[in-house]
Design a binder for this molecule. Structure first.
Ligand SMILES: *[C@@H]1O[C@H](CO)[C@@H](O)[C@H](O)[C@H]1NC(C)=O
Length: 359
């Protein structure tokens, strides 16, 4: 699957590799780096794990959530060691089962074992006591649309939306394990008006499950705008799998944090005219601009919205001169580095992406 992705959509895969790297807030420790990072000027929480261990896999999203919440706390490091690869480290610190979680106070290599529940909340409470921090695990605002017979047809069969539906059962372990990932998927696409991430308790509403031929849980079905039959989603169940699928099928360009990628807003069919526009002199620019207007008027949907942004930026560059795009990109980058709302970040990123072809 990975190979076919690389062949099919090379550029997109590249974007994904970057965003996957960013998504990881847990510091990977090795036998070479362990004592450079741990026991130094900040406390460290370390998970000793093995890649094949089921309890470790179950802990992974909780541990990731913890690390993300502590990202801005520079007095605590959240790390992990793969004990298959770096056995000597794990032996040295007396690890005999997986996962083992140990707290190393600032300046100390004498750890204290964490014995609490393996949830982000319990780990955060432990760290707040041991490390003197005051970090809360934010609960994601629910973005998954909850379906029932009352709203199923209205939401899922809406031909203006691409809808992904999880059919789950409350008692199903795999469903529970996926719940946080699925919430994150929904959160990542919450600003996309045409994308709906939904779920249905298929145990409670058996008739609907039956109607869509659902016999095991979780089952994912995709209902794109142009075909409301409900196709089986057969992709992987990690965050990046869902994000890849949605981007590919819904024409969106988001990463796992829900941020727009550098391809968002780009309308390839305008490339040629923009090139002409950029290299034209002032008089010619007006002529190329009117051709750009004509072309944009033929666009539809979100492409039309981006096209209009092209026109606005082209106009500004005619008024403000040759350096406009370059300076404006710098200004937008500066604002994006500050904490701005997700909607503002979208707006700035779109502008920045489009301006980059006006340089
Ligand atoms: C609609 O989707 C179903 C399920 O994936 C598929 O069998 C069918 O061929 C599709 N219909 C059209 C017109 O594409």
């Amino acid at each position: 699957m990975w190979i076919s992705r690389m062949l099919g959509v090379g550029a997109m895969t590249f974007v994904f590799l970057i965003s996957t790297a960013l998504a990881n807030d847990v510091v990977v420790l090795t036998k070479d780096t362990f004592e450079e990072e741990v026991g130094k000027d900040r406390g460290a929480l370390v998970e000793f794990y093995a890649p094949w261990c089921g309890h470790c896999k179950k802990l992974a999203p909780e541990y990731e959530k913890l690390a993300t919440s502590f990202r801005k706390t520079n007095t605590i490091l959240i790390g992990k060691v793969d004990c298959d690869e770096h056995k000597s480290v794990c032996t040295k610190y007396g690890v005999s089962g997986y996962p083992t979680i140990k707290w190393f106070p600032k300046g100390s290599l004498n750890p204290k074992k964490f014995e609490g529940a393996r949830t982000a909340e319990a780990l955060a409470a432990f760290l707040n006591i041991e490390g003197g921090t005051n970090v809360k695990i934010p609960s994601l605002p629910p973005s998954v649309v909850i379906l029932s017979p009352d709203n199923f047809d209205k939401v899922v069969l809406d031909e203006t939306k691409d809808v992904l539906v999880e059919f789950y059962a409350p008692w199903c372990g795999h469903c529970k394990a996926l719940a946080y990932t699925y919430e994150k998927v929904a959160a990542a696409f919450r600003l996309e008006e045409d994308v709906v991430i939904a779920n249905l308790d298929a145990d409670e509403y058996k008739d609907l499950a039956e109607k869509y031929d659902v016999h095991s849980y979780p089952t994912f079905k995709f209902f794109p705008k142009n075909n409301k039959t409900g196709e089986d989603y057969v992709g992987g169940r990690d965050m990046d799998d869902f994000v890849f699928f949605i981007n590919a099928r819904c024409g969106t360009n988001r990463d796992e944090q829900g941020q727009l990628t550098s391809k968002a807003g780009i309308v390839p069919s305008l490339d040629g005219l923009v090139k002409e526009f950029v290299s034209a002199n002032d008089d010619e620019k007006k002529i190329v601009f009117s051709r750009l207007v004509e072309k944009v008027n033929t666009l539809k949907g979100s492409t039309a919205r981006y096209g209009n942004l092209y026109l606005k930026l082209a106009k500004s560059s005619m008024v403000k001169g040759a350096d406009y795009a370059k300076n404006e990109i710098q200004r937008l980058e500066g604002m994006l580095r500050k904490s701005v709302s997700a909607a503002k970040a979208d707006e700035f990123t779109l502008k920045k992406n489009i301006l980059s072809i006006f340089v």
